[in-house]
Design a protein around this ligand. Structure first.
Ligand code: ZN
Length: 88
């Protein structure tokens, strides 16, 4: 996972937080506090979602040396052994 992917996920999570904030804003009494509460709540949940996203899409472990390998890698950076291409 390179930096551009992390930034993309960050932007997506921020967008999600805004969306949830707006949702609670329209669902609630329609005050700015409702928006802020929803926004802050989703910001708190965001690291959990980011962790899950990294867990699912952030690559695999080398079957030979158990070091972390990026999803698209064909050769392990740790032990230089070839990795079997994984079909997702
Ligand atoms: Zn390895």
């Amino acid at each position: 996972m390179d930096n551009s992917q992390i930034i993309l996920i960050g932007v997506l999570l921020l967008f999600l937080a805004l969306l949830i904030g707006y949702y609670s804003y329209s669902k609630g009494k329609g005050t700015v506090v409702d928006f802020l509460v929803g926004f802050l709540l989703s910001l708190l949940v965001s690291p959990l979602i980011a962790f899950l996203v990294v867990l699912i899409f952030g690559g695999t472990k080398c079957p030979h040396c158990r070091s972390r390998v990026e999803g698209k890698a064909v050769v392990c950076p740790g032990c230089q052994r070839e990795l079997s291409p994984k079909t997702v």
